[in-house]
Design a binder for this molecule. Structure first.
Ligand SMILES: C[S@@+](CC[C@H](N)C(=O)[O-])C[C@H]1O[C@@H](n2cnc3c(N)ncnc32)[C@H](O)[C@@H]1O
Length: 390
């Protein structure tokens, strides 16, 4: 592909990303793969170059751009070498005309910037979109971090926690024998800190209420050394189905429970008031993970956010019911929006006099919990609160 043809490909893909963001369609990564599946002539260098352009254009435009062309013209305003590629060549984009307007540069949509700035300094916004490092967690059920640091070229210790380490960007983790043997997991250091906040111990009864495919459940199993009961719940059959193969690879003992959405308490009857620990890793906007999927900030709407905050309050209340007296409830979201974090916890504590917030030794204070941010902590953005039941 010529450089101009790569640019045209990026324009077409960003068009698809914009359409998907408006219509709730596929993620950018999926759309890129789909595009190239139909264009087998594109080589790996072409694919890499187009992908870089697509993500650079998405990161640069906080508001949804009018079109892929506008997004890439905006990018070209910062990169003169792209501007000359709007040359009208056979597979390239048409020349930029007098009326053509590039998308303006900004980090975030204005309505989200306003909400986030309540708790987050605007100087931190660019870091919300910077590329994330490749964070991993040594699986203590099978090994320890020092052994992996010695075995894996380029590995270096992470900043948070005893198990965290990093590998050079671009490492094909799933091809490494150590990964295939379940010696480590891919996991953002912020997620590892959330598990640390749980204080899971062997012989506990622990419930991971919103387990998904079990990223944090696996870390809980390691902290519990596979002793006690660890129950992974979710309402999404597909997501929960991802856990079994991961648990097997990691050597983790985890019970699984598929809950009926809206009737969760029925499926949890035996656990009401019975758990030492409940983790509620609640469904959220994912505003803390925009560095991994920057087009998600184009998808979020006030109505979606409202629906999510209602759901968070519901799952938090369900999780609270499972905690036994003296037990711990940990609430987390990968979001830095106040309504998904401190506001949620204030409301919960107002309704549940038998719970009180406990201090956490990391992050930056945010209401009755803490937040972790890409700029301050080098992690995805998270809110986490640890609540103790009297
Ligand atoms: C942030 S994700 C969990 C990520 C997971 N804990 C991890 O570490 O990879 C939130 C999960 O909550 C689940 N969920 C949504 N509504 C729920 C409900 N009412 N009860 C339990 N889980 C729910 C979603 O299906 C989703 O898998």
């Amino acid at each position: 592909m010529t450089p101009a043809a790569r640019l045209q490909a990026a324009i077409e893909i960003v068009d698809a990303v914009i359409g998907a963001a408006r219509a709730g369609g596929a993620a950018a990564d999926t759309l890129i793969q789909r595009y190239f599946r139909e264009r087998r002539y594109a080589g790996s260098k072409d694919r890499r170059a187009v992908r870089e352009l697509v993500y650079a254009a998405i990161r640069r435009a906080g508001e949804v751009p009018a079109s892929g062309r506008a997004a890439l013209m905006g990018l070209a305003a910062d990169r003169p070498e792209l501007r000359v590629l709007f040359d009208g060549s056979a597979h390239g984009p048409a020349p930029i005309g007098a009326g053509d307007v590039g998308a303006p540069a900004s980090a975030l949509p204005a309505w989200l910037a306003e909400k986030l700035s309540v708790h987050l300094d605007r100087s931190e916004f660019p870091a919300l979109l910077e590329r994330a490092p490749l964070d991993l967690r040594a699986n203590r059920l099978k090994t320890d971090r020092d052994t992996l640091l010695a075995a894996l070229p380029g590995a270096r210790a992470g900043e948070h926690g005893l198990d965290a380490f990093r590998l050079p960007e671009g490492t094909q983790v799933d091809l490494l024998p150590e990964w295939q043997q379940g010696l480590f997991e891919i996991q953002d250091e912020g997620s590892q800190l959330i598990v640390q906040a749980c204080g899971a111990q062997p012989r506990m009864v622990a419930v991971d209420l919103c387990a998904g495919a079990g990223g944090k459940t696996l870390a809980l199993a390691a902290a519990m050394r596979n002793e006690g009961r660890l129950i992974a719940c979710d309402v999404d059959r597909g997501r929960l189905a991802g856990l079994a193969p991961r648990a097997e690879r990691a050597g983790a003992m985890i019970e699984q429970r598929l809950l009926d959405g809206g009737r969760e308490r029925g499926g949890l009857a035996d656990l009401i008031g019975a758990a030492d620990l409940v983790l509620v890793d609640a469904p959220c906007s994912g505003s803390g993970t925009w560095r991994r999927n920057p087009e998600a900030r184009w998808r979020l709407t006030p109505a979606t956010l409202e629906r999510l905050t209602k759901l968070q309050a519901q799952v938090l209340a369900i999780g609270a019911d499972c905690v036994k007296p003296g037990g711990t409830l940990v609430y987390a979201t990968c979001s830095l929006l106040p309504e998904e974090g401190p506001v949620q916890i204030d409301r919960f504590l107002g309704l549940h006099a038998d719970f009180r917030a406990d201090a956490l030794a990391f992050g930056c204070r945010s209401g009755e919990g803490v937040m972790l941010t890409p700029a301050q902590d080098g992690t995805d953005g998270f809110f986490v609160a640890r609540l103790l039941r009297a």
